[in-house]
Every structure is written in structure tokens, then in C-alpha cells.
Design a binder for this molecule. Sequence first.
Ligand SMILES: [Zn+2]
Length: 242
Amino acid sequence: MHAMDYEDSFVKIAGLIGGEEYVKVSRALLNTEDVTDEEIASATGLKINIVRKVLYDLFGKALITGIRVKDEKKGWFVYRWRAKQDHVDNFIENQKKKILDRLHKRLEHEDSTEFYHCGNHDCPRVKFDTAVELFFKCPNCKGPLNMVDNSKVKEALRYKIDQITTDIINSKANAAANKEAAEAAAAAEEEEEEGEEEEAGEKAAKGKKSSKKPSSSSSKAKAPANSSKKAAAAAPKPKKKK
Ligand SMILES: [Zn+2]
């Protein structure tokens, strides 16, 4: 179940970066761990140079790792690629921060500048200094320039900034809860290995709990800090793919 959640976000991100080819390559990466470019090419039907281009891009974005291993049949070294599960959230986070930064700069610009406009959709807005130089006549249609009320634009920018900021805070809380859940699950597993005298009933109860759907790490899911204990109880044990 956890693997499905992961597949969704990894493949989705790859698709957002580069479209259909990236989706195919990222699915192949998830289907086979430590896969080579040639194996991806034959699994997806994509040309090898396309596969390599996608792999290098994903590697550059730290979404996959590569290890150099000797191909025993061919006798030379090849790279085996693996999706980096734990970097997907970071990547999304960084993108959000970039957008937030751009919005802040845009708002600053709107806040600090007085714009003038003739009201004609095809004409540009001009700054105060330029408007003075033009004697408040539009450079395009020569119509009179009036001060622009940009409060709606600023309001929209502030709204978007608020939205993304809240989103980042929520996903941080989520990540913390998930980390705590993973640690709790790992600790529980260790305990289980040590304590062989555990009651059968307890084991059954634990098994039931661990079959619950794990809380999604998507930005939609709200995870206030005080729910992290609950999340820990419901979280599945981390499974290693072979
Ligand atoms: Zn004009």
C-alpha cells in the first residue's frame, strides 16, 4: 500500500518535469530496482538516448541515484539506477519555496511601484516616472494615463502567498509526523524481534493495525502535531523491496 502512495508521487513529479517519457522511465525505475538504461529502454520502448537524457535529468534533480557496477556478461561497467523515495517530498518543497519567492518579489514590486494605465487592454502599464515623462499620455494609444488601482492584484498575490505558506507548514508537520511514525514502527519491530514472549492476541491486534492504510504524505492531508502518535500506531512497518 505504501509503495502505491510512493509510486503516485514519484511518477507524478516525473510527469510534471518532463511529460510522458518521464512517466515511462519513472515507472520502469519503480518496477525494477537498480535498473540499467538498456533495461529501461527495452521495458519502455523508448530510444536509449532518450532514456539516458531523462535519467541524467532526474539524477541532476537528485530524484534518483546511480551506482556503477560491473556487468559480468559484457565485462564492462554500467550504471544501475534507483528512484530516491525520500527526495520526492524535498523536491516538491523546493519547488514551492521557489514559487513563494517569486510571489514575494512580485508583491514587493506591486507594493513599491505606482502604475499608470490608459484603460486599454492592448496597452502597457507604465511606472510613475515614465508617466511623467510622457505627460500622462499613453505611449501606445495616446489616451490619458490614470493611476492604476492594483489592490486586487496585491490581494490575489497575498492570498496565493498565504495558501502556499500554509501548505509548506502543513507538509512540514506531515513530514515530522511521518518520520516519527517510521521511527516508532522501526522501534516496534525491534521490540518484536527481542520480545518473543509476546501474547498472540497482541500480535493479532498489531497485525490488524498495520494493515490500515497509511496516512498520505500529500499536501492535502492535514497532520497536526498532536495526531502524530495516532499516525505512528497506524503506520505500516517500512518494507524493503528486493
Ligand atoms: Zn493606451
